[in-house]
Design a protein around this ligand. Structure first.
Ligand code: ASP
Length: 584
């Protein structure tokens, strides 16, 4: 046996026992006649002690141990004089009698401790060393736990996990496909799934009724902040259900995970907001509801006072920040700069201070009397001591800018706490999105999303106003998942393809297999997919998903450890009958 115990489990209950431990040398310190070594494994750190007086030879051997050497030690558990009560093993140490060096290590390129001196690129290049660090290791362990809990819960309510293929044909999630050349049919390509969307629908036609899978998805997008070209979804589909059945089923999953992983109980049903409400009140289809500052539409009430901006704006919206009337000039200037940033694009910021003595001070005092400002205060529910902030302009842009301002205020006021979670469903998204450049509609979700039943007649007469039978689960301003009730009626699917500009031939070429399947008894069905990496990162209290993936890619889609993507050999190209002839 290599070891009797791990480095994370011994304490005063084991005092006096003889044990054998294995692990990596985290660090060692020589103090006079003693040498202390921190021995680390997956489970924790245990202090080893070597004594010059009692065993000179062994102590000298210990002094030569380098960082990350792999060793096996035998010794006796004894009480430490210098206790570290923060560690489970912090009351004891091992008085070593035998030291066996199992493997040596070169000096690692960065220190493998909680706080490392290694930059991102270096950490990724030596990810196997980075993964030895507690913080990253714990993320991977958390991921494991969440995946086990998902499987447990889904199994308990009758879902079966079915694996779907990775080498498939293009799927319609709106990103670019990664493609893989075929050797057996030279000149043809597989696509990697952007999601198992069509396959899970086929499983419903096959009668499986309740499917789920924790599955890799691949999307060849320019990597905006914190996206990965391959990521994991908890992908789910159900038959004989309406929207409410799906929302209730997966609200169950969410509540279960929060309970098991975070110890948080949600006893009330999750809030449901329509897309239109989310946009009107928070300027976003994924509102962060950990705090209020709901938008108030003041468009009409502010008109007619010779203030040009308000008079000519399609929309004027306000938020009320509680207890902020004493924001300094400098703070208000910073906020003005913030909303004027090109990516936010507001023309300026109007503020009203509702002073604690009941008076008002605003940046538009010239145009609005105290009484007018009092009316605004009434509408925005402001009380003495509050600050009202207003933006005006084109409606869509202003809602977005106000949303950014709201989030910025939330950040500044510490209202976006990591240990508070506010889940909600956003429902009734538009089915279609108009693309001004291409002058055509795109599916907001994907082309198999059904309209809400009462809007089906509008599909041909007023497609822009058709609501989708779709929903997103949003937690703390992050879209954690989304899905829809699918079209299972071939005639509705036909209209959908027509609106999206597919000819019958094109639709058949791309999705013939699905349309065909629908001729043989497709049940009413719907589903959802959750961003697994993101959900785990949220449980782990972090914004970035990268450290919750064992071997992630960098922002240019590179794996710097494997050094890929890379060229392939002439022989491989030959077998594929491909010539590389890059267009400039
Ligand atoms: N396939 C969809 C996605 O990946 C989710 C779904 O509709 O179930 O976003």
């Amino acid at each position: 046996m290599y070891r009797t115990n791990t480095c994370g489990e011994l304490n005063m209950n084991n005092e006096g026992q003889n044990v054998v431990l294995c692990g990596w040398v985290q660090k060692s310190r020589d103090l006079g006649g003693m040498t202390f070594v921190d021995l680390r494994d997956r489970y924790g750190i245990t202090q080893l002690v070597f004594n010059m007086e009692t065993n000179k030879e062994l102590c000298e051997k210990a002094r030569k141990l380098g960082r990350e050497f792999v060793v096996q030690v035998e010794g006796k558990v004894r009480e430490r004089s210098n206790k570290n009560l923060k560690m489970f093993t912090g009351e004891i140490e091992i008085e070593v009698i035998k030291l066996n060096i199992l493997n040596r290590s070169e000096v690692p390129p960065f220190t493998i401790e909680e706080e490392t001196d290694g930059g991102e690129e270096l950490r990724m290049k030596y990810r196997y060393l980075d993964l030895r660090r507690n913080s990253v290791k714990n993320n991977i362990l958390l991921r494991h736990r969440v995946s086990q809990e998902v499987r447990k819960y889904m199994d308990s309510i009758g879902f079966i996990e079915v694996e779907t293929p990775i080498l498939i044909k293009s799927t319609p999630e709106g990103a670019r496909d990664f493609v893989v050349p075929s050797r057996m049919q030279p000149g043809t390509f597989y696509a990697l799934p952007q999601s198992p969307q069509t396959l899970k629908q086929l499983l419903m036609v096959a009668g499986f009724d309740r499917y789920f899978q924790i599955v890799k998805c691949f999307r060849d997008e320019d990597l905006r902040a914190d996206r990965q070209p391959e990521f994991s979804q908890i992908d789910c589909e159900m038959s004989f259900v309406e929207r409410n059945d799906i929302l209730e089923t997966f609200e169950g999953l969410a509540k279960y995970l929060f309970r098991q992983i975070k110890g948080i109980e949600f006893s009330e049903p999750f809030l449901r907001l329509s897309y239109n409400e989310a946009m009107e009140f928070y300027g976003s289809d994924k509102p962060d509801l950990r705090f209020g500052m709901r938008f108030i539409d003041l468009t009409e009430i502010v008109k007619g006072h010779n203030f040009g901006l308000f008079d000519t704006s399609e929309y004027t919206g306000a938020i009320c920040a509680e207890k902020c009337s004493e924001f300094t000039r400098k703070q208000l200037d910073e906020l003005t700069e913030f909303v004027k940033k090109p990516q936010i694009g507001a023309k300026g910021l109007i503020y009203v201070r509702y002073n604690t003595d009941g008076t008002f001070k605003s940046s538009v005092d010239k145009f609005y009397s105290n009484d007018e400002l009092k009316k605004w205060a009434g509408l925005t529910n402001a009380r003495p001591g509050d600050l009202i902030l207003l933006l005006a302009g084109d409606k869509k842009k202003t809602l977005t800018a106000l949303s950014e301002l709201r989030l910025e205020m939330g950040n500044r006021l510490g209202l976006r706490k990591r240990d508070v979670f506010f889940p909600l469903w956003v429902v009734d998204f538009p089915l279609l999105e108009w693309d001004e450049e291409e002058k055509r509609f795109f599916a907001m979700h994907h082309p198999f999303t059904s309209p809400v039943p009462e809007d089906i007649p509008l599909m041909e007469s007023d497609p822009g106003n058709v609501r989708a039978n779709a929903y997103d689960l949003v937690i703390n301003g992050v879209e954690i998942g989304g899905g829809s009730i699918r079209i299972h009626d071939a005639s509705v699917q036909k209209i959908m393809f027509k609106i999206l500009g597919f000819s019958e031939e094109e639709a058949n070429e791309q999705f013939g297999f699905l349309l065909n399947a629908f001729k043989y008894g497709a049940p009413p069905h719907g589903g959802v997919a959750f961003g697994f990496d993101r959900w785990v990162a949220m449980f782990g209290g972090q914004d970035s998903i990268r450290d919750f993936i064992a071997f992630p890619k960098n922002n240019s889609g590179r794996d710097v450890m494997l050094d890929t993507p890379a060229q392939i050999s002439p022989k491989q190209l030959d077998e594929l009958q491909l010539n590389i002839n890059l267009k400039k």
